[in-house]
Design a protein around this ligand. Structure first.
Ligand SMILES: C[S@@+](CC[C@H](N)C(=O)[O-])C[C@H]1O[C@@H](n2cnc3c(N)ncnc32)[C@H](O)[C@@H]1O
Length: 426
């Protein structure tokens, strides 16, 4: 494996071109090549099991399925979990699938001219599409929801339509946040119905290919919480845990899927997304902090009980962040976020230790961070915490430097950041 390929391990770029992985563009996702390389490195095969506590859209489980390794994945964001689950199904009747695609598009073509699409969505949706495309998207949505098909076929079509949304939007910024006010003046607007058909054809051909000879294996895709890993998985049964948790970079996973969840009517407001998603994720963004009731969090009681020195090191970072909050614009509550993050990661580590076989490994793709310019060596702190709770060792392999694209921003700190693989041995 060349170094340049490894530098992309933490990015979704390779997966955008890979069958099935490409069904949904998840910028937080990682490369299928990383999972293949780790399965090789640790010699996993039939009968082995790999777990991913932050499954996202399913990269780890999908690779495991393709090579015949069992997998268990946990994801807390309901919509993202649904994407992973839909990508994991391959046992379709291809004729039925092709016929349903045909029926749904034909009906949508007929409906597009007269479908009632006003007043059914939050304003964001109206700002993101041309009138023509919104009529087509509405018609497709209605024809899929009303189609006489099995739930699996309907999910397949819903995913094809979901991934059409970002392709045909007129909004300027795609990911992570949709910014409808910044329209792309020069963006050529694609035709929603045509794009949908193209997505369906691509997905259908991926399924045809996948059905040609998948080895047998079993997969459990759980809508759950990485902090409760040991409650889903039997003790000492896992050969390898491979994952990428949220980084401490103030990235709001709940907000980033607003376009999709609003379109399907899963949520329709900030408060809805908070109770439906934000409150269930590990702490990694200031939008998850509610000052009331969170005061004690900065004391990091769990970490204090595990290791005094780590607790002192972390407390000094938290104190500097509190000091910065008092003087910096935005008054961002990074002190709370950092404290909550490591307390949450401690719980993930404890569960991981319980479910791993003796001699097994826990590999995490992880970035460090520098909120308000205060460096937080995330990989090192998580590695030290792991050893403090009984793992035997940890090792950090840097993959690439990060943050370069913000270099022109004078508000931005100048601390060099990186993305690494932290490997913890049991
Ligand atoms: C970096 S992404 C993982 C992406 C994944 N490797 C992929 O290729 O799609 C981190 C994921 O962790 C999820 N997450 C955050 N908190 C969680 C929790 N407490 N339990 C399970 N998943 C969680 C987020 O919703 C997000 O999808």
């Amino acid at each position: 494996m060349t170094t340049s390929a490894k530098s992309e391990y933490g990015s979704f770029r390779d997966s955008l071109r890979a069958p099935i992985h490409r069904w949904f563009t998840y910028p937080a996702g990682y490369s299928h090549k990383l999972v293949e390389a780790k399965i090789d490195e640790y010699g996993l095969g039939a009968g082995s099991t790999i777990a991913d506590p932050f499954l996202g859209t399913g990269t780890t489980s999908l690779v495991a399925k393709m090579v015949g390794v069992n997998s268990i994945g946990v994801e807390a964001h309901g919509f993202v979990h649904w994407v992973a689950k839909t990508k994991m199904r391959s046992s379709y009747d291809l004729d039925e699938l092709a016929q349903s695609i045909h029926q749904a598009t034909q009906r949508a073509e007929m409906l597009a001219g007269r479908v009632q699409w006003t007043d059914i969505w939050p304003p964001l949706i109206y700002k993101c599409f041309t009138e023509d495309n919104l009529a087509q998207l509405s018609a497709l949505r209605q024809s899929i929801l009303e189609l006489d098909a099995t739930p699996h076929v309907r999910d397949f079509l819903k995913l094809a339509l979901t991934s059409t949304l970002r392709v045909v939007t007129t909004a300027g910024a795609g990911w992570p946040y949709i910014a409808p006010s910044k329209r792309h003046a020069k963006k050529v607007v694609k035709h929603a119905l045509q794009e949908f058909k193209a997505r369906c054809d691509l997905m259908l051909s991926d399924i045809q290919q996948a059905q040609l000879g998948l080895p047998h294996s079993s997969h459990d895709i759980i809508l759950g919480d990485a902090r409760k890993l040991a409650s889903y998985v039997e003790g000492e049964t896992i050969d390898l845990i491979l994952t990428s948790p949220p980084y401490l970079n103030n990235y709001d996973y709940a907000d980033r899927t607003r376009l999709e969840t609003y379109f399907w009517g899963i949520y329709d407001s900030w408060a809805d997304i908070t109770s439906g998603v934000r409150d269930h994720l590990i702490m990694a963004a200031t939008t998850q902090v509610r000052m009331a009731g969170m005061n004690g969090i900065r004391e990091c009681q769990g970490i204090r009980q595990v290791d005094g020195q780590i607790h002192r090191d972390l407390s000094s970072i938290i104190q500097r962040l509190e000091d910065m909050r008092a003087v910096r614009s935005g008054k961002k509550t990074y002190d709370y976020v950092v404290a909550g993050y490591f307390e949450d990661m401690l719980q993930v580590l404890e569960g991981a230790r319980e479910i791993l076989k003796s001699g097994g490994h826990f590999a995490l793709v992880l970035g460090d961070s520098a909120p308000y310019g205060v460096h937080v060596p995330t990989e090192e702190l998580v590695g030290r915490l792991a050893v403090a709770i009984g793992f035997s060792s940890y090792e950090i392999e840097p993959l690439r430097t990060r943050g370069g694209k913000w270099g022109h921003n004078p508000q931005r700190h100048k601390v060099p950041l990186r993305e690494s693989i932290l490997t913890i041995g049991k």
